[in-house]
Write a protein that binds this ligand. Structure first.
Ligand code: HMG
Ligand code: MG
Length: 298
């Protein structure tokens, strides 16, 4: 049965903006986070503590986190690839850190400059230190369906990575279709592989919409009982190490679908559309959300 409730992690400020070429001031990122929490988002992936040489747009991570008027019922998460990133995250006082690996060796090398095995060795002390401090830990798994360098990825590789993540103490995992090539049965296979190691409550769907499949994939994941999803306001984004990949499925589109299915997720669609409009206007771009576009043009 389709889950009765769904939780959305908006990754727009992080996944959405990390690849943005034009400078986005910290004040704009902070305002975006404020608007997302005003719209009812209870989880926001705010930024990344990564090398500024690799991802210049996230260089202001500490400043952004310091500027947010936090709410006690909102979980603020950040990406941390190593201990250096973790230290920054701790200093900024985050609720959850995200270690990020890949089911594909080639993508692991391109994205974080190490093999899958090496990445797990780097993550292990980060996870241990986070749990010791009472900080929640999520593990993102890129390329669970397809890889820009290796092509199709077998579910066995996803199960292998999920097992490694579980082994170092990661509490929940994101099953990511990084380049948005997956179709529903493939995404279900990646999720089923993940379920060998994690309970369904600990699995989040993270679908990029490059091929227009992300909403269908969201429904396919719901059919397996998955009820945590990542999406990006206005469909912002892409990954700097996945050329041509577009943003995550737009949060507005997911919310519209869930509302239509009678699943309440506590998000005010109008306020969410305003948040998407705010950042789209700043970027000088049309919203990537079909729902926002339809409603604004009505
Ligand atoms: P490296 O060059 O192998 O690392 O990069 P290093 O340890 O040799 O350090 C090199 C330099 O970076 C040093 O500075 C370090 O201090 C610095 P230098 O001495 O040259 O001046 N450095 C750092 N600075 C700030 N914060 C840090 C940090 N670590 C090292 N945490 C590294 C390895 C992992 C650091 C690098 O590859 C990196 O930062 N990669 C990040 C890539 C990234 O952010 N990708 C996008 C996010 S993942 C994604 O979008 C996918 C996802 O959405 C799911 C999906 O859709 O698939 C999650
Ligand atoms: Mg992503």
């Amino acid at each position: 049965a389709i889950p009765a409730r769904v939780r959305i992690i908006d990754v727009g400020p992080r996944d959405g903006l990390q690849n943005e070429k034009q400078p986005v001031p910290a004040a704009v990122k902070i305002e975006l986070v404020h608007r997302l929490q005003d719209a009812g988002l209870k989880e926001i992936e705010v930024t990344s503590f990564v090398s500024p040489k690799w991802v210049p747009q996230m260089a202001d991570a500490a400043e952004v986190l310091a500027g947010i008027q936090r709410r006690p019922d909102v979980r603020y998460s950040v990406l941390t690839p190593n201990m250096k990133g973790f230290e920054g995250a701790v200093a900024a006082g985050v609720d959850e850190i995200v270690v990020f690996g890949a089911a594909s060796e080639a993508f692991s090398q391109k994205n974080i400059n190490c093999s899958i095995a090496e990445s797990i060795e780097r993550f292990a002390p980060v996870v241990e230190a986070a749990l010791a401090k009472g900080i929640a830990v999520r593990g993102a798994m890129s390329c669970t369906v397809g890889c820009p360098y290796e092509g199709d990825i077998a579910p066995e590789k996803v199960a292998y990575l999920a097992g490694l993540m579980k082994g170092i103490g990661v509490q929940r995992v994101d099953v990511a279709d990084t380049i948005g090539v997956g179709t529903p049965r493939q995404v279900q296979a990646a999720i089923t592989a993940t379920l060998q190691h994690f309970g369904v409550d600990a699995v989040c769907g993270h679908f990029h919409d490059t091929y227009g499949q992300a909403l269908a994939n969201t429904l396919a994941a719901l059919e397996l009982g998955v009820w945590n999803f990542q999406s990006s306001v206005a469909g912002l984004g892409g990954c700097p190490y996945a050329k041509g990949a577009t943003g995550n499925v737009a949060t507005e589109d997911v919310v519209y679908m869930l509302h239509g299915m009678g699943i309440d997720i506590g998000i005010d669609l109008d306020k969410l559309i305003d948040a998407g409009q705010y950042i789209s206007d700043f970027l000088g771009r049309k919203s990537g959300s079909r729902v926002a576009t339809a409603i604004v043009n009505k």
